[in-house]
Design a binder for this molecule. Structure first.
Ligand code: NAD
Length: 358
């Protein structure tokens, strides 16, 4: 397969990445390397024990713990975290957790430019992107700002090992979605495509490996490596139909983030297959199949992940409105948005039927 070298721009984001089991122990040195002295540690209430462990590890560099991270970063939680950071005199934030906790760190950084050290414990990839999101009056808005890109990321598989399997499966499919759409991004480039293909390969092989207790540790490490690569792709190139549909479904119908990504991905790729044959071939190569959409649908099925939007609580009567919202805000996609085909896509995803190219 020939790489398209017609024309591209490649601008790498400056983030320092430290990877490996036990690398969390370098956290105090990493705080110091940023020139910081007082780190506020952020987590969800569920991960308070990990947050406390990190405050202990930081010793004199630990300013305090704030366990107020919530899904989709409600504006009130952002305001509260900013106030706590100011009260503690924090000069950096350590966010331990998934996209919600790292998102809270970003909400603080957006106003104060506080440097963030991220310690990801899911595969969502927010730690590698300058994208932030916040929710006000039920409406989630997103934006891009270089101040919110974490300065340092510690990928320590020992911390991500605790992610429950059902959450690991959907989080991994969420990561694969970033890389898959990165392969047909309008502003893509050969380096991001290399990362995307390798990210999908590592994540898919890691997810399959999680089923075998003997190979679990190695599989977890593969997943976190895949999450890094897929998150890097999300941070560098634009997304298309799949991410827009998931944003619509999550925001307007309150469907859970990673599960929605898992269900929509095979269908969105089947929709785009005729317009992005090279991307589909690379995804297929990464997961060792001729038919990438079907391969990802079968992978999700084999993992026991949710397969149908109706199982997430979406009502049949909402399908038309979802299609209308998805069409009402035009965006670039390799294949133009066609109402009838989109309706069919959403219906198949709602029923949990296999993806179909048309
Ligand atoms: P999450 O951060 O909401 O975490 C889900 C739950 O799992 C939380 O209760 C968390 O405490 C718990 N958890 C996380 N890691 C754990 C572990 N190792 N062991 C046990 N429990 C653990 O989930 P997510 O999927 O990582 O993030 C979703 C959010 O991130 C969404 O709001 C999404 O929009 C956002 N996101 C943003 C970006 C970006 O670039 N800005 C990228 C991806 C996702």
């Amino acid at each position: 397969m020939e790489v398209d070298l017609t024309q591209f721009t490649y601008a790498a984001h400056a983030a320092r990445v430290i990877f490996g089991r036990g690398c969390l122990s370098s956290l105090p040195a990493e705080v110091e390397a940023l020139g910081a002295r007082r780190a506020i540690v952020l987590c969800t209430p569920m991960q308070r024990a990990e947050g406390e462990r990190i405050v202990d590890l930081l010793g004199p560099f630990g300013a305090g713990l704030h366990d107020g991270a919530q899904m989709h970063v409600p504006i009130e939680s952002a305001r509260e975290a900013r106030a706590v950071a100011a009260r503690l005199g924090a000069d950096c934030a350590v966010a331990i957790g998934g996209g919600s906790t790292i998102g809270l760190g970003k909400a603080i950084a957006l106003e104060s430019a506080l440097p963030i050290i991220a310690v990801p414990t899911t595969y969502a990839g927010s730690e590698m992107t300058p994208i932030y999101g916040m929710t006000e009056n039920g409406l989630k808005t997103t934006g891009k700002d270089s101040r919110v890109l974490p300065r340092t990321v510690l990928y320590d598989p020992d911390l991500a090992d605790s992610l429950p399997l059902p959450l690991s499966f959907v989080s991994g499919m969420n990561a694969i979605a970033h890389a898959a759409e990165g392969l047909y991004a309008r502003d893509g480039n050969p380096v991001m495509s290399l990362m995307a293909e390798e990210g999908i390969r590592a994540m898919a092989s890691g997810l399959k490996g999680l089923a075998d207790p003997a190979g679990m540790k190695n599989a977890r490490t593969q997943c976190l490596y895949g999450a890094w690569l897929c998150g890097t792709v999300l941070g560098h190139v634009g997304m298309a139909l799949h991410h827009k549909l998931c944003h619509t479904l999550g925001g307007s119908f309150n469907l859970p983030h990673a599960e929605t990504h898992t269900i929509i991905l095979p269908h969105a790729l089947a929709y785009n297959a005729c317009a992005a044959p090279d991307a589909l071939a690379r995804i297929g190569r990464a997961i060792d199949t001729e038919d990438a959409p079907r391969g990802l649908y079968d992978l999700a099925g084999a993992l026991g992940a949710p397969m149908a939007l109706r199982d997430l609580g979406m009502k049949e009567g909402d399908l038309e409105r979802a299609c209308h919202i998805a069409l009402s805000n035009p965006y670039w996609n390799p294949r133009p948005l066609e109402a009838e085909a989109l309706q069919a896509l959403l219906r198949r995803a709602w029923e949990g039927a296999p993806p179909e190219r048309d």
